[in-house]
Ligand binder design. Structure first.
Ligand code: 8IG
Length: 266
């Protein structure tokens, strides 16, 4: 990111987005995490798809299973802005780079955002491939996307209204507190136990900084985790990224159905 202030940078990116997609204004943003890419086609046909690097302030995607694209999809009378990848905190590009897509979405007109991720699950009985609504978070990155004396309130950060909407669509959906570790290494089994003691049920490497920036921008936030693996030490097996991608493929139609239904109701 340049030394331009991050809100001006987002406005510049949103202006370029409108030019490149031909879509003046977007209404709802979605960020797809690990394992979520196969679900995107359920949202509808792309009006336009661009490379993130075509917009100012974005850098190339760094993770397998993340595509560095942004798709504009028309659903009914609304335009969805779908980020097929994200910048992670562990890439070391700085917090402003992590939340630049969020601020760009806000500058493009989005009033709601769906943040998805793949993560480890702590709760007994949860299975890989299971979606879980994020009810709250614990940010263990030690940092914030907000600079200066702006004391943003994070009560009900993950919209109770949107969570209730999801549970109406799928009453079997469970909820959990998401704990963001800095990564990129997975947790030790002791750290997973710590996350549990702290009140967490989901462990991952994204989402919390984005949610904070989205709240600052005034957006309504829905967070959905795809439990792609049991958290370290719980399954007796080492963790690997392939199981993450497999869980996404296996769960694609469920995730796609959930996303498209909830977005149509927001
Ligand atoms: I996918 O078990 C995925 N991302 N920190 N721990 C952390 N991040 C993850 C995990 C996990 N699974």
């Amino acid at each position: 990111m340049s030394d331009q202030n991050p809100y001006d940078a987002a406005t510049a990116a949103a202006e370029r987005l409108a030019e490149l997609t031909g879509v003046e204004r977007h209404d709802i943003a979605l960020v797809l995490g690990s394992g979520w890419l196969p679900a995107v086609d359920a949202l509808g046909e792309a009006t336009a798809e661009i490379d993130t690097t075509d917009l100012p302030g974005f850098s190339a995607a760094a993770v397998a299973g993340h595509s560095g694209k942004i798709r504009s999809i028309k659903q009914g009378d609304r335009n969805l802005l779908v980020f097929l990848s994200r910048t992670h905190f562990y890439e070391g590009k700085g917090v402003a780079a992590v939340v630049h897509p969020i601020r760009t979405a806000a500058a493009a007109g989005c009033s709601a955002i769906v943040l998805t991720n793949g993560c480890g699950g702590l709760k007994q009985g949860w299975q890989p491939g299971q979606p879980v609504l994020i009810s709250d978070h614990i940010n263990l990155t030690g940092t914030s996307p907000i600079v200066g004396a702006n004391f943003v309130d994070l009560t009900d950060l993950y919209s109770p209204r949107l969570r209730a909407m999801c549970r109406e669509i799928d009453p079997s959906l469970d909820e959990g507190v998401y704990v963001q570790f800095p990564g990129p290494h997975y947790e030790t089994p002791a750290e997973v136990r710590m996350a549990g003691v702290l009140g967490g049920q989901l462990v991952g490497m994204s989402t919390t900084l984005e949610a904070i920036a989205a709240r600052e921008a005034g957006m309504e936030i829905l967070g959905i985790s795809l439990v792609t693996n049991l958290a370290a030490g719980l399954s007796g097996e080492p963790l690997n990224h392939e199981e993450v991608l497999e869980a996404g493929k296996a769960a694609a139609s469920r995730m796609g159905g959930l996303l498209s239904q909830v977005v149509s109701k927001i």
